[in-house]
Design a protein around this ligand. Sequence first.
Ligand code: BGC
Length: 766
Amino acid sequence: MKKTIISIAAALCTVTMFAQPQLKKDNLNEVLKAMTLEEKAALCVGGARAAIVEGVTSGLVNEVPGAAGNTRPIARLGIPNTVLADGPAGLRINPTREGAGQTFYCTGFPVGTLLASSWDVALVQKVTEAMGNEVLEYGVDVLLAPGTNIHRNPLCGRNFEYFSEDPILSGNIAAAYINGIQANGVGTSLKHYAANNQETNRNEDDAIVSARALREIYLKTFEIAIKKADPWTVMSSYNKLNGEYTQQSEDLLTKVLREDWGYKGIVMTDWGNKQGTVKAVHAQNDLMEPGNQNEIDRIVAAVKDGTLSEADLDRNVLNMLTYIVKTPHFNNYKYSNKPDLAAHAKVAREGAAESIVLLKNDGAALPMAGNESVALYGIGAIDFVAGGTGSGNVNKAYVVNMVDGLKNAGFKLDQAIIDYYQSYIAFDKASKKLAGTAQGWSTWGGTKYSEIAVPANAVASHAKANDAAIIVIGRNAGEGADRKVIDDFELTDIERNLISNVSREFHALGKKVVVVLNIGGVIETASWKHLADAIVLPWSPGQEGANAVADILVGKVNPSGKLPMTFPISYIDHPSSANFPSNYTRNTTPMFGWGRPAPKQKDVDFTNYEEGIWVGYRFFETNAVEVSYPFGFGLSYTSFAYSKPVVKAGKDGFTATVTVTNTGKVAGKEVVELYVSAPAAGLEKPEKELKAFAKTGLLQPGQSETLTFEVSAYELASFNENANCWETAAGAYTVKFGASVADIRATAAYKQAKAQTWAVSNAFVK
Ligand code: BGC
């Protein structure tokens, strides 16, 4: 009898099983129809670390330890879980697992700012193709990257993850990044959408931004990336925008993203649990991460009491199913857990070396022969910063610091100086009980030691004993905090003394001083740069770090990176400094006395983007404010000549060509930046704006290459917030071909025959 009941139950079960549609690429609507309200809600709420809804979902949750989140499986409908993990400089998962018998290290690639310094979309795509392979082979479906927020202000703690102060460069680099990752059949999450330009109070801060600045600067970078690359997912940000949380903003998520730009993928929240889940669903934020039961309950209750229409939920569920059927989990990809880390390390090194920026090279101080004896200074030479801290940190197997990198290249290092720093680090580590290589959230960042003074008389003897000096200035930056002006943007007194003592003693003996800036964000350079013969900027270059720096120092790679942002003379030269939550108060001292107003805001719950579109070079160039290094600047060991350019008007905008010739003695690559100055008609415009860029291949001495640029009429448009449309004025435009924004080598004319406008949705209309 008992046996009969069991078999009847089993038979019923089987019948029910067969009655359930199983998710396939072409039956999404059928699966949607078969879902209960609770299942629909659960699919729109992540399940990392949270209990699986009893009877609703089942399956693995923390399949990839250290992954930031996942989506919930619904076994009865054949819906698998999918896994989401950070972050821009490589995959962030835990490097070890209990009883696994192997490690799960990932490659630490160059940070976003360094990748953008390459101005080379093909290179960025090559790097991210390798990165994406680790995503695939470690069983992850979506890499939570790239971060494409604009460098509004140099102090934003996460600028290292982001690309540029300019939306055209930023958007195109983001697109290349996405295309590289997604070429592996895994997804990306373009983040943090939008106006997430500071870390201070990032969960509650309300960014007050004009419609014009939004469309032209802060949204433009996302628009380009969406249109040129189609990321599987977008991550809404923590902050509010014009009074509304971005994750709950129909203007942002439905009108701009989907109606204006035609985006078809899903939107997920950044990692927080805000109360307004129902509003987020309505706005078309499809997935709440990391997700909790309260969010499921809120959705279910709202549909039941009519405050959320089930059609809104269904629309998001359909978006989710469309995403899920693309994933490796759905396609049963058998990941190996064994990506080729050795091959990827080579790509990381190439990616870094090809992007490093040479800021100064007086008297051809570089390249060096590579066999010199070197006095290597700075705690950062040993405690080298490969990447930033926070979710963008990567659990990498090693970091090549400057000591190893220089030795690998053949330099002879003054061991006494290294020992001096090593003993200080050992002491500091012991006294602060600094963590070693813990896993997970505790590895949000490396440990960073504060700089230690080197006695001036010791420096004098180092100068006698060595051929040259290399000083490393190190800075850590990371998620959750903005940087400060004093002792971060500006050098510390110990660093200033070090640079000036080393400069004095080595220069007295006719020996060179090279400064390496191992930093995560812009620092002050104007007051001390005259003391160095050469300045090399590798930002935070990833695990192969100083191997790449050495490639530049010895000329194995000729530097071809250029700045993706301006290095101002003083912090307060940036108009945004008047409205950025820093505790900076030194603007009345003579050195910084540029007559700009004191910061109006400290730690308040809103940030007024009062400067509008006057971000970075748009401000500096238009107002002729002197800078330390302009946007787009970077030196080479060779020189380039630009031909007379040709600009041809087409049906839509223009095509431009310019021929670049290597006029120096060594092979090198050149980035050409195409700027446009618009006619003085209609809206007020920046003096010039970047519209396109291209990089040559490796040109041998005497060799030439013709670069081609396409600029459409839409790309020339400015946003008219009164008429709520994009408009391109008719008239005479000057097309400028620059080696930097301040070094225009050739110009040509373009005539826009007719004025043109493009309508947009009514988002952000006052
Ligand atoms: C960060 C995101 C990250 C997420 C998951 C958040 O705190 O802002 O960039 O992807 O955590 O780790």
